[in-house]
Design a protein around this ligand. Structure first.
Ligand SMILES: Cc1cc2nc3c(=O)[nH]c(=O)nc-3n(C[C@H](O)[C@H](O)[C@H](O)COP(=O)(O)O)c2cc1C
Length: 358
């Protein structure tokens, strides 16, 4: 079982931002030196949902500090919010700085407030994603001596006369990934063997999705090595709370979900016509959210839950320790106990070389 330290801390105010970011940096360094194989980073802007905003900048900073060989997994870069040519440059630079230990998930984005704030239209995000992706890939594949590349999105247009600089780490671009919120999206990702990242799935649903993904890769003719590599490095992420007892962890999970729910209502209300953020989900049942998204309990119970994932064939989990406005002490308590009491039971969790096609 592999573990990625997933970084998406919510902030409760400007005065806390710097401390939260420093805590996450310390935790990423600590986790990767203890045996976590990856650091997962999100992109959100001024919606209070992710304090550090830029995952590409965070990865560049962490690359020099985390354990050698740590893989930086961008889940996700929100393509429609970027200029495609500068995005090509920044991703390539990040690939170089991490010595090729990078996976870039490109996604359409989830938050209307962020789109509106950055001058984008949330209702056109799928079309705009397609336009950015087309320009991004064309820029990446441009070689010295090629004809000029004309590109355009709804917001910008340009012509480049030279290759993108820097080039990626000994390749055209780093491996790509998709965020999948449906089995169909996982199937489509499998057809092109891109990594997939997931959330909010009970174990049975996760296994079904992984099976569809594996089947699509096999059907498309990818080799066993490629399929194994994609299954090793794709993950579903979970919010993790480790406390002295199951009851204590459960109470805290429900309290944190309530805080996230209130946050969702508060931020949705800020933008006229903003879609309600369904933090708890359509049923409004926090227990369902716990089942789909949390791993919680005493260290021994967390160990048993992860063992159940491993026995069922799950190979990698993203672990979110720092969320819902936790203090450093509150998130450190879970991480420290996890590293001390849970991680040793998963001795197969160590870092290994980049897999096929990576
Ligand atoms: C594992 C995972 C991570 C995500 N990370 C982000 C993120 O960092 N920023 C963001 O705006 N949206 C994020 N999303 C939401 C996606 O941008 C997108 O809204 C979702 O995948 C649905 O996309 P689709 O309508 O194109 O299928 C994430 C979704 C998943 C499943």
């Amino acid at each position: 079982m592999k573990f990625t330290y997933y970084v998406n801390p919510q902030t409760s105010g400007a005065e806390h931002d710097a401390d939260i970011i420093e805590t996450c940096i310390d935790q990423a360094v600590r986790a990767t030196h203890a045996g976590f194989v990856g650091v997962g980073l999100t992109e959100h802007h001024f919606s209070e949902f992710n304090t550090y905003s830029s995952n590409l900048m965070m990865a560049a900073h962490l690359a020099g500090r985390c354990a050698p060989g740590t893989r930086f997994i961008h889940a996700a870069v929100i393509a429609p919010l970027h200029n495609p040519i500068s995005l090509a440059e920044h991703i390539n630079l990040m690939d170089v700085l991490t010595k090729g230990n990078t996976i870039v998930g490109l996604a359409t984005g989830g938050d209307a407030m962020e789109f509106v704030g950055l001058g984008r239209n949330p209702d056109r995000k799928h079309e705009d994603f397609g336009a950015v992706l087309t320009a991004l890939k064309a820029a990446w594949s441009m070689k010295e001596g090629d004809a000029p590349l004309e590109w355009s999105t709804r917001f910008e247009a340009g012509t480049i006369y030279s290759r993108v600089m820097p080039s990626a780490y000994h390749r055209e671009h780093p491996p790509l990934a998709r965020m999948t919120i449906s089995d169909k999206a996982a199937y489509d990702a499998g057809l092109v063997a891109e990594y997939i990242y997931m959330a909010r799935l009970e174990l049975a649903e996760l296994l079904k999705r992984l099976d569809i993904y594996r089947g699509a890769m096999a059907g498309a003719g990818f080799s066993k090595d490629v399929i194994e590599d994609r299954l090793e490095w794709s993950f579903c992420f979970r919010n993790v709370i480790v406390r002295d007892s199951d009851a204590e962890a459960h109470d805290e999970a429900i309290r944190r979900i309530q805080m996230l729910h209130e946050y969702g209502l508060r931020t949705s209300a800020k933008i006229p016509g903003g879609a309600l953020k369904a933090v708890i989900g359509p049923t409004g049942d926090p227990e369902e959210f716990v089942r789909k998204q949390f791993i919680i309990g005493s260290a021994s119970s967390v160990k048993d839950q992860i063992d159940a994932y491993r026995s069922a064939g799950v190979r990698h989990l993203g672990m979110l320790f720092n969320f819902a406005f936790m203090s450093p002490e509150e998130s450190n308590a879970s991480l420290e106990s996890f590293i001390r009491d849970v991680l040793p039971a998963f001795s197969d969790s160590g870092r290994n070389g980049l897999g096929a096609g990576a």
